[in-house]
Design a binder for this molecule. Structure first.
Ligand SMILES: O=C1C=c2cc(C(=O)O)[nH]c2=CC1=O
Length: 511
C-alpha cells in the first residue's frame, strides 16, 4: 500500500477547531465506552500531537501513514468516539474543511427511492431492518429525567441500550417531548427543539446524517446513502407504499401494513406519551404496537388527502429569505416555514394551511403523522431526506451568508450557535447550515420542477411569437413576389441584351 506523502512541512500540521461552548443540551446521551483518563493523542499510528495553541490542537502525520489510515484518524467519528477525548475535550472536533482538503470525505449520493433497481430497493429495506435490530455501538439513552437519573438508590444510572433505528426515533421524541412540571400538574408543551423554528431544517439534517453514518458503520459501507421520497407528486396515491419498498396496505385492515412487508413486523417505541406527561417518565427502548398508516384516508380532513404538487416545490424554492421574525410557525415569507409547511408554498403564512413537509406527514395518517411517534414509520426517513434535498437546493441557489440564520430571538435551541437537543457530541445549528456536497460528504441526485411562466412572461412570449409569424409571412410574400417578377423577365434574368447576343453566337459556333 502506498504511503500518503504530504507536500510540505507546513502542510503536515492539521487544525482541530474548538466547537461552540454554549450548550443547551443536557448530557442525556453518554458514551458507552470510557474515555481514556489522560490525553493520549496517538489516534492509531497516524497522528501525533505536536502542540496546543489557543483553541487549537496541532498534529503531525507519522511517517509511513497511508491516506486511508490518515482519513480514519481524522474523521469526526474516530476522534470523538473511540480515540483520545476525555470529558474536558469532548467539545473538540475536526474542522470539516480539513477533511475536505485531505479528500477524506467519501460522498454518499442520495437518490430517488423510486429509481433504485429491484436489488437496491431490497438492500435498502434490509439495511433499515438491520438497523432496527442492531444495538447502537456507541450510544445509550437516558430513561429518566435528570432528577432520577441516578436511580432509586442514587447509584444506578438510568441508561439503556437502544438499537440504531430506535435511537433515531428516540432522539426525535426527546426533542419534542413536553417538560414535566411535577405530579398533578399539566406538562408544559411550549418547547420543541426540532420544529416550528429555524432549527427545523438543521436539526433533521443532523438526525439523518447520524443515522446514515451509523448505518454506514453497521454495513461497513462508507458510500451507503439514504434515498429520498419525492412526495410532491400530487394525487392521493402513496407510490412508495408497496411491499418492495415501505409496505403496501394490508388487505384486512386499512390502517395496517401488508404482512408481505418486513415493516409489518416492526414495533414502535415512545408510544406511552401520556405516562411521560403525567408520571414524568422518559421514553425507553420498549417496543409496543405495530406501525399504523392509512395514506390519504383522513376523512375528517379532506385537505390532507392529497400530496403536495410539483409546483409547490418550485414556488417554495423562490422564497428568498431563510427565516423571518418571530422565527416560529407563524412566520411569513420564510423559506423555512414554507418548506416546513405552515405557510402556503408561495411563502404567505395562513393558519389553516398545511403544505409540503407537514402535508406529507399528515397524508400518512397514522404513526407517521404524530410528531412524538413519526420516525417509527420508516417513511419518515425518506420524507425528510427529500425535505433536506430541497433545503440543500435552496442553499445552492441562494448562497446565503451564515448570518442569515438568526443568531438570537429564535425559540430555545433554534438560534444559530445553539447546540441541537439531544445530539451528542454537541453540534450547533450553524454547522448544518452549509451546502451538503462541499461540507458534509453527501449529495443529492435530483431534478427540480421548473417554475411555470408568469402571465407577463406568457404575454411577452405571445407578442414575440406573433411578431416572428408576421416577419415570416412578410419574408415569404416578398420572396414569392420577387420570384414571380423574375419569371416574367425571362429564364436568364442575369443576362442583359448584349450578353444574350454573345450567348446566342457562342451556342451557334459550338454547334
Ligand atoms: O411528525 C410530524 C407530524 C406532524 C403533523 C404536523 C401538522 O402540521 O399537524 N406537523 C408534523 C410534523 C412532524 O414532524
Amino acid at each position: 500500500m502506498a504511503s500518503w506523502k504530504l507536500s510540505s512541512r507546513k502542510d503536515r500540521h492539521y487544525r482541530l477547531d474548538k466547537a461552540q461552548k454554549n450548550r443547551t443540551a443536557a448530557a442525556i446521551v453518554v458514551w458507552k465506552s470510557n474515555a481514556p483518563s489522560d490525553l493520549q493523542v496517538t489516534a492509531g499510528t497516524a497522528l501525533r500531537l505536536t502542540r496546543f495553541t489557543r483553541g487549537r490542537v496541532w498534529f503531525r502525520v507519522n511517517p509511513g501513514t497511508t491516506k486511508r489510515q490518515m482519513c480514519t484518524s481524522l474523521t469526526e467519528r474516530s476522534f470523538q468516539r473511540r480515540r483520545f477525548l476525555p470529558d474536558a475535550f469532548s467539545e473538540w472536533r475536526v474542522d470539516p474543511s480539513l477533511l475536505q482538503s485531505a479528500q477524506c470525505l467519501k460522498r454518499a449520493v442520495r437518490r430517488n427511492v423510486m429509481q433504485l433497481s429491484a436489488d437496491e430497493k431490497r438492500r435498502f429495506v434490509s439495511a433499515l431492518d438491520q438497523a432496527k435490530r442492531t444495538v447502537h455501538p456507541d450510544l445509550v439513552i437516558a430513561t429518566r429525567r435528570y432528577a432520577e437519573i441516578f436511580g432509586p438508590d442514587g447509584n444506578t444510572v438510568q441508561f439503556e441500550n437502544v438499537t440504531i433505528y430506535n435511537y433515531f426515533v428516540w432522539s426525535h421524541y426527546y426533542s419534542v417531548s413536553k417538560t414535566f412540571l411535577g405530579a398533578g400538574q399539566a406538562s408544559f408543551g411550549g418547547v420543541d427543539f426540532s420544529h416550528e423554528g429555524p432549527g427545523f431544517l438543521t436539526w433533521h439534517r443532523f438526525q439523518l446524517l447520524q443515522l446514515e453514518r451509523d448505518m454506514q458503520d453497521m454495513l461497513r459501507d462508507p458510500a451507503f446513502a439514504l434515498p429520498y421520497w419525492n412526495f410532491a407528486i400530487g394525487g392521493s396515491a402513496c407510490d412508495i407504499c408497496t411491499d418492495d419498498l415501505m409496505g403496501a396496505r394490508s388487505s384486512f385492515d386499512m390502517n395496517s401494513l401488508s404482512s408481505n412487508s418486513i415493516f409489518s413486523q416492526w414495533r414502535v417505541v415512545c408510544e406511552s406519551v401520556d405516562d411521560y406527561d403525567t408520571l414524568g417518565t422518559v421514553c425507553n427502548s420498549t417496543e409496543t404496537s405495530p406501525i399504523r398508516r392509512n395514506p390519504a384516508g383522513n376523512v375528517n380532513r379532506p385537505m390532507v388527502q392529497r400530496l403536495p404538487e410539483p409546483k409547490d416545490i418550485a414556488d417554495c424554492l423562490q422564497v428568498g429569505t431563510f427565516d423571518t421574525p418571530p422565527y416560529y410557525s407563524t412566520s411569513s415569507e420564510s423559506f423555512r416555514n414554507t418548506i416546513e409547511g405552515y405557510s402556503a408554498p408561495q411563502g404567505n403564512y395562513d393558519p389553516i394551511v398545511r403544505s409540503l413537509h407537514n402535508l406529507a406527514h399528515l397524508f400518512l395518517n397514522g404513526t407517521g403523522g404524530q410528531t412524538h411517534l413519526s420516525p417509527n414509520d420508516p417513511i419518515f426517513v425518506l420524507l425528510h431526506t427529500f425535505t433536506d434535498a430541497i433545503f440543500d437546493e435552496w442553499l445552492r441557489r441562494h448562497s446565503p451568508d451564515s448570518n442569515v440564520y438568526p443568531e438570537e430571538n429564535a425559540p430555545i435551541g433554534h438560534n444559530r450557535g445553539y447546540n441541537m437537543v439531544p445530539f451528542w457530541p454537541p453540534v450547533t445549528n450553524a454547522e448544518m447550515f452549509v451546502t451538503a456536497p462541499e461540507n458534509l460528504g453527501y449529495s443529492y441526485e435530483a431534478e427540480w420542477p421548473a417554475q411555470p411562466f408568469t402571465l407577463t412572461e406568457i404575454i411577452t412570449m405571445a407578442i414575440v411569437a406573433a411578431l416572428v409569424v408576421v416577419a415570416v409571412i412578410f419574408a415569404a410574400t416578398t420572396c414569392a413576389l420577387r420570384a414571380r417578377s423574375y419569371r416574367m423577365e425571362g429564364h436568364q434574368p442575369l443576362l442583359g441584351d448584349q450578353y444574350q447576343r454573345y450567348d446566342d453566337e457562342k451556342s451557334q459556333s459550338v454547334v
